[in-house]
Design a protein around this ligand. Structure first.
Ligand code: NAP
Length: 251
């Protein structure tokens, strides 16, 4: 892959995002590690540079239009036009519907939907000009409905519609858009879910693995590998798809 292309991964200070940032760097991309906390982003970027890659850490709240515009401009300036965007930043504010607050609803919509919208709008200008682009949005198996996650499942289902529309609008510019929908992945997010329902993370993992056809929970590397393929040159005819990466069939 030449010349060096620039990728942005949001929510990349930890979990799936950090692993994806490292994976795209090893695939040859210059990577902007984006997260709320610039110091935490920069720490991940430093590990990429130590491994011989090219990366910077950038603090952006993806729900804030001004921060998105300034942050994406900085990435273009320091690393080059971003032609790969992984909208991975995410939060959960789980509660049964009758206890869910308006703030729980709005916070989840802001990060997942408004965040993906703002970041994609800022980056597509670079992609359409370059006539190459890869957009990957993180959906979830929860898009099919999950107790205690009315806000999150609505946002993750919304991202699937967003993805398909991007694929339709941007295809003619050499830009693909796909969604990856993980099942249970072992990260801080699933650890927080275990805490909320009052079981140890170890027991939660063991119980969940028994429900998954491949007999284990997922790791961030499982998601990073799928994103890596979708961002590759050879995936140019795969667009508008939702790929469940869940250790078994979901549709
Ligand atoms: P995680 O460990 O909680 O990491 C999420 C990251 O996003 C955190 O670093 C967080 O920063 C950052 N973030 C939150 N709000 C942000 C904002 N407004 N702007 C920029 N960054 C922000 O989560 P994960 O498990 O890696 O999940 C990554 C993505 O995969 C999410 O979209 C999630 O919904 C999705 N997913 C995960 C699973 C799973 O089983 N883990 C399953 C399906 C889908 P702070 O640390 O500062 O909050």
């Amino acid at each position: 892959m030449s010349p060096t292309r620039t990728a942005i991964v949001t929510g990349a200070a930890r979990g799936i995002g950090a692993t994806t940032a490292r994976r795209l760097a090893s695939d040859g991309y210059a990577v902007a590690v984006v997260d709320l906390d610039e110091a935490a982003s920069e720490a991940v970027a430093a590990t990429i540079r130590d491994a011989g890659g090219s990366a910077i850490g950038v603090g952006i709240d993806v729900g804030d239009a001004e921060q998105v515009a300034a942050g994406v401009a900085r990435v273009a300036d320091e690393l080059g036009a971003p032609v790969v965007l992984v909208n991975n930043a995410g939060i959960i504010r789980d509660n049964l519907l009758f206890k869910m607050t308006e703030d729980d609803w709005d916070a989840v919509m802001t990060v997942h939907l408004r965040g993906a919208f703002l970041m994609t709008k800022a980056c597509q200008a670079h992609m359409t000009e370059t006539k190459f682009g890869r957009i990957v949005n993180l959906s979830s198996s929860s898009a099919q409905g999950n107790r205690g996650q009315a806000n999150y499942s609505a946002a993750k289902a919304g991202l699937q519609g967003f993805t398909k529309t991007l694929a339709i609008e941007l295809g003619r510019f050499g830009v693909t858009a796909n969604a990856v929908a993980p099942g249970f992945i072992q990260t801080d997010m699933t650890a927080a879910t275990a805490e909320r329902i009052g079981v140890s993370f170890e027991d939660f993992i063991e119980h969940s693995a028994k429900q998954i056809p491949v007999g284990r929970v997922g790791q961030p590397e499982d998601i990073a590998a799928t994103i890596s393929f979708l961002c590759s040159e050879e995936a140019g005819f795969v667009s508008g798809q939702v790929i469940y990466v869940a250790g078994g069939p979901l549709d």
